[in-house]
Design a protein around this ligand. Sequence first.
Ligand SMILES: NC(=O)c1ccc[n+]([C@@H]2O[C@H](COP(=O)([O-])OP(=O)(O)OC[C@H]3O[C@@H](n4cnc5c(N)ncnc54)[C@H](OP(=O)(O)O)[C@@H]3O)[C@@H](O)[C@H]2O)c1
Length: 265
Amino acid sequence: MSLHSSNHNSGGPWALVTGSTAGIGRAFCDHFAASAYNLFLLSRTEADLKQLGQELTDKWGIKTRYLACDLAQPELLTLVDAATTDLDISFLVSNAGSPSYHGRFFERTAQDFEESLRVNTLVQAQLIRHFGERMKARGKGAIIQVSSITGHVTMPFMAEYSSCKAFQLSLGEALYYEFKDYGIDFLVLSPGATKSRRINFGMEASEVVAAAFKALGRQPSVIPGWRSCWSAFKNRHLRSRRRAIDKMGQFQRGQLQARELQKID
Ligand SMILES: NC(=O)c1ccc[n+]([C@@H]2O[C@H](COP(=O)([O-])OP(=O)(O)OC[C@H]3O[C@@H](n4cnc5c(N)ncnc54)[C@H](OP(=O)(O)O)[C@@H]3O)[C@@H](O)[C@H]2O)c1
């Protein structure tokens, strides 16, 4: 764990983005910096955080502070609380999570499985609760939970990831309603394939972030891009539950078998 702060004098509000240094989280940071928010950056690799903080400070004149920390770390909340206690964090983007595991349920070790479930459900809820309390005390704030289209559509062979994303969606949509009582806007962002560190196809991360800001304060959740919207609509409303799951299962099985064959070659 490592904490660092820049010395600029921007008096703007603060946003905290988890998973700030790549993909969707990085695009959120660019958006906040361009909107004169100071940024609290959190991910695991200190060198990347340091470089990003410097880049954003140089380009936009904002303040940055970072914490190099794994979301799986048991003392996460204590560390984040200590590092942010003097900051007025008015925006939380809970973005980082365990990567999507594509494979058979029984192939995961018990430890992999427990850690991934904890990081993608309990830790997400704890961060929301922690910063939500602080926003509640001030009577204003905003939270975006980054889920996935797989939270809307049950995915065999991605059962662990897809069910965690469904948890994020359901929790977040409920909080969208509850948190209005405290002046807090809540949005669940459910992207489909998005260019990131892990994949080089799909929507641009900046487009995904633009869709989130368009929807924030207006609706409980958003699926960016018409292709992903259509896929979720078709599988949730036009197909029977059984047919939707069978279709997804066949598709995922095909992908998995192709990968397994590549490994044998
Ligand atoms: N890309 C997609 O197609 C897609 C689609 C649907 C949903 N999503 C969701 O979008 C979110 C971001 O995904 P992405 O694809 O943009 O990610 P990404 O490009 O792989 O970047 C992940 C970011 O999170 C940090 N990170 C990863 N694990 C962490 C951990 N355990 N603790 C703290 N920081 C961690 C990484 O930095 P370090 O490695 O240095 O920690 C990096 O900054 C995830 O919740 C993902 O499920 C992505």
